[in-house]
Ligand binder design. Structure first.
Ligand SMILES: *[C@@H]1O[C@H](CO)[C@@H](O)[C@H](O)[C@H]1NC(C)=O
Ligand SMILES: *[C@@H]1O[C@H](CO)[C@@H](O)[C@H](O)[C@H]1NC(C)=O
Ligand SMILES: *[C@@H]1O[C@H](CO)[C@@H](O)[C@H](O)[C@H]1NC(C)=O
Ligand SMILES: *[C@@H]1O[C@H](CO)[C@@H](O)[C@H](O)[C@H]1NC(C)=O
Ligand SMILES: *[C@@H]1O[C@H](CO)[C@@H](O)[C@H](O)[C@H]1NC(C)=O
Ligand SMILES: *[C@@H]1O[C@H](CO)[C@@H](O)[C@H](O)[C@H]1NC(C)=O
Length: 557
């Protein structure tokens, strides 16, 4: 009796003080969440391989699902082609496009390797009548691409990068060494890439980013380049140091750090992966080989490149980590394993049924970009989960401001049960401390914002907040697939709070290269308490390619 009373007092006290970060498991994903993208304020899409998932559609197992962030339930989404290991992102008109896939293992699906799948903006909060459009005969890519990545570029179209033609045992031994675009450029002829050729054989899901001048930073294998879309040229930057490889099947992850006015100086952070040589054949790899704890960071300016990569270390080694931008400018490091590799059924000592990786990393860390080297990574306030998120898991910031975590299936099919590395359908949220506090509330946010323009929104700031710090983050939440968030981006916006603390006057991004035109969420962080995100369309909302908008910045190079 007495113990129960003390316990409830203790719990009450801790939540009154702010509960800290916590994991909450809620709901199951219906299909394995191998890919995830937030498609509206209330909905995410999950895609899996066409296989034996429990959620059914038309008397077949589904391989796509709409995840309702309000009810924590999944409903089946009709998909025509196999979405196994695909990518995707938004166009400048708000349409989500899913690209690539594989040869299906079941007859209900068709070959998805050249697929272009169209998901038009979905207005119904529960996703009623929101469908995925596919017409494989008339609408498809030029190449067969399994394991490509994609990026929304400055004209609002999607650049589709690399991949493999079809399944090979482990490494990329059947590469697609080129780029193409959707909608197509160059009359649909893909552009060959020496970089993709040079970065073989562990270069799948290249980590690609739009720089604030419109050029594209690309990382694959241990190599880095800047690709100029307009001139079709590659500029070679320094390799990732110390023999670390960071792309599939040696997945580390990478993110562009937040871009801030007035200069929007780009910096890239790359964490995890392995120092294993790609010359070693799969038969000589082990699920127990240690991953690397290395993070490498470089400023993408002439001076920054001259200085090269700055090396720091995570609190644990991770293969397949997720790096997620948070609205306050920190980067969350979550998921992955401490040993082994991505993919499944390759190493001679698999764990569970077919996992190439072992020793899941159960405790997230935060990376604070502005702290001094050596002090940036901490897990001090972080909870520990007991759900492994290894190969084929996903994570995304949600419009609510917490982190949706789902998936994990290092196996070639759905593996039921509770054994190690079974198929994981349980969905978790990682909640920042502010989820249990009074938060700023945004209202009258315009649905569309032009570049290089002031706009005003209303804000209700809890009285206990002094508002000594105000951060306005414009974010693309990215398409999560294979430890990478294609097109994910955070641009901080200058803002002035009215003297009555009731409205914010915000300056939009200067142009369509700093924030590629298309959908975004605006989050406001007051002190360290973040609002919910409000969805806006940045730019004119027209279909790609759209013309340059706003003002030019001084060039980086
Ligand atoms: C796995 O379990 C689900 C739910 O019980 C069931 O629908 C499905 O058929 C099972 N799959 C296999 C391969 O046993
Ligand atoms: C799970 O989500 C549902 C729907 O939002 C909610 O009603 C329920 O309280 C949640 N459960 C937990 C344990 O958070
Ligand atoms: C969905 O489509 C049906 C049939 O066309 C229509 O009657 C219904 O109003 C639509 N619902 C929504 C929410 O759009
Ligand atoms: C990058 O990889 C190549 C090929 O494996 C290797 O020759 C080179 O030394 C590596 N670079 C660094 C900095 O480790
Ligand atoms: C594995 O390593 C052994 C010893 O170094 C070598 O003889 C063998 O050829 C290697 N096998 C493969 C498949 O790489
Ligand atoms: C957006 O543009 C794409 C590519 O042109 C097109 O397929 C799609 O229908 C457009 N969607 C809207 C809502 O305009």
């Amino acid at each position: 009796m007495l113990r129960a009373t003390l316990l409830s007092i203790a719990l009450g006290a801790s939540s009154a003080l702010g509960a800290g970060w916590n994991f909450v498991q809620n709901g199951t994903s219906g299909v394995l969440a191998l890919e995830a993208i937030i498609v509206s304020p209330t909905l995410a899409i999950f895609f899996d391989r066409a296989s034996n998932d429990p959620l059914m559609i038309n008397n077949n197992p589904a391989w796509g699902a709409l995840w309702n962030l309000e009810t924590n339930t999944a409903s089946p989404l009709l998909v025509v082609s196999d979405t196994f290991c695909a990518s995707g992102g938004f166009l400048s008109n708000g349409t989500m496009v899913s690209v690539g896939g594989h040869i299906p293992a079941i007859t209900a699906a068709v070959d998805g390797r050249m697929a272009i799948r169209i998901f038009e903006p979905c207005a119904d909060p529960a996703g009623l009548n929101c469908t995925l459009f596919e017409d494989p005969e008339t609408l498809h890519m030029e190449e067969t691409r399994w394991y490509p990545s994609s990026l929304r570029t400055f004209d609002g179209s999607l650049m589709i990068v690399g991949g493999i033609h079809e399944r090979t045992p482990f490494y990329n031994t059947d590469p697609v060494n080129n780029f193409e675009f959707f909608p197509p450029k160059d009359g649909g002829v893909p552009r060959p890439s020496e970089f993709l050729q040079r970065s073989l054989p562990a270069n799948l899901f290249p980590r690609v980013f739009g720089l604030p001048d419109g050029k594209v930073l690309m990382i694959a294998g241990n190599q880095t380049i800047i690709y100029d879309i307009e001139k079709n040229t590659e500029t070679i930057l320094p390799d990732i140091p110390n023999g670390v490889t960071v792309t599939n099947p040696f997945d580390g992850s990478a993110t562009l750090l937040p871009l801030s006015p007035p200069l929007y100086t780009p910096e890239v952070l790359v964490c995890g992966g392995t120092t294993t040589s790609t010359l070693i054949q799969p038969a000589n790899l082990s699920s127990q080989d240690p991953a690397t704890d290395q993070c490498s960071r470089m400023t993408i300016t002439p001076e920054g490149i001259k200085k090269g990569w700055q090396v720091e270390h995570m609190l644990e080694a991770r293969i397949m980590p997720e790096l997620l931008l948070l609205p306050n400018g920190e980067v969350l490091i979550v998921n992955g394993a401490q040993t082994g590799y991505a993919a499944f059924d390759t190493v001679p000592d698999p764990v569970g049924f077919q996992s190439n990786a072992d020793h899941p990393a159960f405790t997230p860390s935060l990376y604070s970009p502005d702290l001094p080297l050596g002090q940036r990574i901490s897990n001090k306030q972080m909870p520990t989960t007991d759900i492994a998120r290894v190969y084929h898991s996903t994570a995304s910031l949600t419009p609510n401001g917490n982190i949706l975590i789902a998936g994990s299936n290092p196996n070639g099919q759905v593996v039921n049960g509770t054994g190690e590395f079974h198929t994981e359908f349980r969905v978790e949220y990682l909640n920042p401390p502010f989820m249990s506090e009074a938060r700023p509330v945004l209202s009258n946010v315009p649905s569309k914002i032009a570049f290089n323009n002031h706009f005003t929104i209303d804000i209700d700031i809890p009285r206990n907040l002094k508002a000594s710090s105000i951060k306005v983050a414009l974010m693309d939440l990215g398409f999560s697939s294979h430890a990478f968030h294609s097109s994910s981006r955070l641009v901080f916006l200058d803002a002035v709070l009215s003297s009555n603390r009731k409205s914010l006057t915000i300056m939009s991004p200067p142009n369509n290269r700093v924030y590629p035109p298309g959908p975004a969420f605006i989050f406001v962080t007051i002190d360290d308490v973040t609002s919910k995100g409000e969805r806006v369309m940045v730019g004119n909302g027209l279909p790609p390619p759209v013309a340059d908008q706003g003002v030019k910045l001084p060039s980086l190079f």
